[in-house]
Design a protein around this ligand. Structure first.
Ligand code: PEP
Ligand code: MN
Length: 337
């Protein structure tokens, strides 16, 4: 960080700023430019609140040289993080494919889909039990019963289960029952929830908020990591733009950007990005081509009658053919499926 001081900054005030920065653990280096006086800060600036510096009447502006996240930063850990989930991994050479319905609807539905996902080569089963619906009158999920059905599908197929947690009250139950805890787009900045899952050692799938910047997504990961849990998988699931044709706009550029900024694995959810089943395949292929570590795809046996997100769900047959196409793309980008 470089603090640019006002030309007429009072000496007494400058000394106060310097002392404050040193108390926070940073060295200060002063230099006098032609018009401005500069105060360079060296060391761990993560405890410095930029707003407090900028609010100071003697400060002209603040130049931030480094990103505000630390544990999630690639500088902190240059090699890629590989998250281990039982005998599977996310990150590294092998691609992860998390597939299943938007929500768990019945035993027959979730077990049937889980078997098809497994046969096609999917590596994880998804299914919402607690659903974050825009309307309180829409299907809210089978809740605890949904978790039980997911466990049953896991027992029958061996697929680890990924499901969304919405409330800090259920953290313990999720730690016990599921393999990967999903934090949804709507809760990406629910800081209490992030801190609670940060205290566990469960792998966390953190989805990008629908209007969150890449930096905000990485700061959300930092919240979890700051509590001790470093097993995080990020997920790009589209952001809100002026475009209405698709549900969201898939930000494919986020993948190389995140790979440059962070060591954490990142996957893509083309289903929630496009909101249209027929766009899932082209976007999934593009995601792998730009370097995503995997995919999250909504698969439903009867999309016309799905309780949630049928419009963006592909049928098991299509999932199978998508998987065989992805198997051909993977080696081109030095991955395997
Ligand atoms: C989901 O994956 O079930 C979901 C609700 O997605 P998002 O949080 O990305 O909207
Ligand atoms: Mn959905």
């Amino acid at each position: 960080m470089v603090i640019v001081l006002k030309p007429k900054a009072e000496e007494r005030e400058v000394e106060k700023i310097k002392r404050k920065m040193e108390d926070l653990g940073c060295e200060t280096h002063e230099s006098q430019g032609e018009n401005y006086r500069l105060l360079g800060l060296v060391g761990d600036t993560s405890r410095i609140d930029p707003d407090l510096i900028e609010a100071n009447r003697n400060v002209e502006k603040l130049i931030i040289v480094q990103e505000p996240f630390k544990k999630a930063h690639r500088l902190f850990r240059p090699e890629d993080t590989i998250v281990q989930i039982g005998d599977r991994t996310i990150g590294g050479r092998k691609l992860a494919v998390i597939a299943g319905p938007c929500s768990v609807e019945s035993e027959e539905q979730i077990v049937g889909i889980a078997e098809e996902v497994k046969d096609a080569g999917g590596t994880f089963l998804r299914g919402g039990a607690f659903k974050p619906r825009t309307s309180p009158y829409s299907f809210q999920g089978l809740r605890e019963e949904g978790l039980e059905l997911l466990k049953l599908a896991r027992a029958k197929t061996g697929l680890p289960i990924v499901t969304e947690l919405m409330s800090p009250d259920l953290v313990e139950k999720f730690v016990e029952d599921v393999d990967v805890i999903q934090i949804g787009a709507r809760n990406m900045q629910n800081f209490d929830l992030l801190k609670e899952v940060g205290k566990t050692d469960k792998p966390i799938l953190l989805k990008r908020g629908m209007s969150a910047t890449i930096e905000e997504l990485l700061m959300a990961a930092e919240y979890i990591m700051s509590e001790g849990n470093e097993k995080i998988v990020l997920c790009e699931r589209g952001v809100r733009t002026f475009e209405k044709y698709t549900r969201n706009t898939l930000d494919l550029s986020a993948i190389p950007a995140i790979k440059k900024l962070s060591h954490l694995p990142v996957i893509v959810d083309p289903s929630h990005a496009a909101g249209l089943w027929w766009m899932v395949e082209p976007l999934a292929k593009a995601a792998i081509a730009v370097g995503a570590d995997g995919l999250m795809i909504e698969v439903h046996n009867d999309p016309d009658n799905a309780k949630c997100d049928g419009k963006q769900s592909i049928k098991p047959e299509r999932f199978k053919s998508l998987m065989s196409t992805l198997k051909k793309i993977a080696p081109i980008v030095n991955r395997e499926l």
